[in-house]
Write a protein that binds this ligand. Structure first.
Ligand SMILES: [Zn+2]
Length: 451
């Protein structure tokens, strides 16, 4: 169904935007990618072209139900987390000043969702607060290009928190065109090139999640063409955990699987070898074959997928929902396969909302489709790992508390995408108004209405 609807909209737009007649009509599995979109920054050679091109942050105005969710998020936990989270306090915060106490993933996790909200809702208070943190991140860059709080694991820098910060800067640049971002990211990536392999992406989280860093390299390379970044792509892939094996995974942590399976498909953009795309498809399938296809698009893993625990009482960590949605959006951009849009919608509509209270003021760590309990007991070993993982709580597990907020904003930003032939495709269905440049640089406004 999705393919038909998407194509219908593409054709509708084509007919009012001077696309030659011979390109109209008919069904195709994928949009042609021989042409390069003239209006939006696309993959630059030698990168493989993408099937879809993300519109710059700020192009899509969410409406209807989705806008309500974003407003609830603003008025709920994500919008007010700075008032209750120890890691977001401004006193002695390492993301605001050198040497501060509080400085790992929490600030960028939270800010990624909060900034996204600010840019979508164009809310003055949120925009001002966002800018305070972004200015501090930009000001934190050292002489050698490194930035942010310096966290060390076993004598080497932990690059993981900065990976999240880079995604925030990308959205900020798309929204603001602030040229400082390009120089900042270039200097940081050149710094990463100077780090010896044996000290690069060695510890657990960064080693699993190097694909996030790689996606930022794609983004910057398309904007600057800096050839050094091609070397960094190889270095990142070489030092990231191997997500290409057929039946083995580097680890079975539910968030890592939902987040990291796309690393090979991202690396495919640099070398054109389709085995890397297949590898990403394989992990998406493997985890569901082995641990159950949870209704709502996920897999039975709790905190970690385990042998013998694959029934519908197993659940997903809230970070896992948000990361799976983001991965689906990226896989959709790369492959154009409607499967990823379906999976994203499945998680967005059927799983993620159940992890939060309807007012979005508290959330749960683990949500299982066939587990009606929301108590504060420890359900180990039935639910992995150990802790009060089913309780609705504004202070629930510090990763999800800070990270959940990017699920809806990123979803909203990917509702409508540009196509390589200067067209436009509605790929995720929700009420919105998208302002898009199409053929001959004409700007059209698409109003999508859904129930
Ligand atoms: Zn989490």
């Amino acid at each position: 169904m999705k393919k038909i609807y998407s194509l219908a909209l593409v054709l509708l737009l084509s007919s009012c935007s001077s696309v030659p007649t011979e390109q109209e009509g008919g069904m195709v599995d994928r949009m042609p990618i021989k042409t390069v979109n003239a209006n939006y920054i696309s993959n630059r050679e030698p990168l493989q072209p993408q099937q879809f091109i993300k519109l710059p942050t700020g192009s899509i105005r969410p409406e209807g139900w989705l806008r309500t969710m974003l407003e609830l998020q603003r008025d709920g936990l994500n919008g007010h987390l700075g008032e209750i989270s120890a890691w977001l306090q401004k006193d002695d915060n390492a993301w605001l000043k050198s040497g501060g106490k509080w400085g790992w993933e929490e600030v960028p996790y939270w800010l990624r969702g909060y900034a996204g909200l600010a840019y979508l809702l164009k809310d003055e208070h949120l925009l001002t607060e966002t800018q305070t943190w972004i200015e501090a991140i930009l000001a934190s860059q050292r002489e050698d290009g490194n930035f942010g709080p310096y966290t060390e694991v076993d004598g080497a820098q932990d690059f993981w928190p900065n990976m999240v910060a880079l995604w925030i800067l990308q959205s900020y640049y798309e929204y603001s065109s602030d040229e400082r971002v390009l120089g900042f990211m270039t200097r940081y990536f050149h710094y990463q090139l100077t780090v010896p392999d044996e000290k690069f992406l060695e510890s657990y989280w960064e080693n699993s999640r190097g694909g996030d860093n790689l996606w930022s390299v794609v983004w910057l390379y398309n904007r600057t063409g800096d050839q050094e970044l091609l070397k960094l792509a190889d270095k990142l892939h070489r030092n990231t955990a191997d997500w290409t094996k057929s039946t083995e995974l580097p680890n079975w942590h539910n968030v890592n699987v939902a987040q990291c399976f796309r690393e090979p498909a991202t690396y495919y953009l640099f070398n054109g070898d389709e085995k890397y795309v297949s590898a990403s498809y394989n992990v998406q399938s493997l985890i569901r074959r082995a641990f159950g296809q949870v209704p709502g698009g996920m897999f039975g893993a709790d905190e970690n997928a385990r042998m013998g625990f694959f029934d519908p009482r197993q659940g997903t960590e809230t970070c896992g929902f948000a990361e799976q949605m983001a991965s689906d959006e990226i896989m959709l951009l790369i492959t154009g396969d409607p499967y990823w849009a379906e999976n994203c919608e499945d998680v967005a509509f059927n799983s993620y909302p159940a992890a939060l209270m309807p007012d979005m003021k508290s959330l749960r760590y683990i949500t299982s489709p066939n587990m009606v309990m929301s108590d504060s007991e420890n359900h180990k070993p039935g639910i992995d790992n150990a802790g009060p993982f089913l309780a609705m709580n504004p202070f629930s597990s510090r990763c999800c508390q800070h990270n959940h907020g990017f699920a809806w904003p990123y979803y909203a930003e990917h509702l409508v995408m540009a196509t390589p032939d200067n067209g436009v495709a509605a790929v995720l269905f929700n009420s919105c108004e998208a302002t898009v440049k199409v053929a001959d640089g004409k700007e059209v406004v698409i109003r999508e209405q859904t129930d």
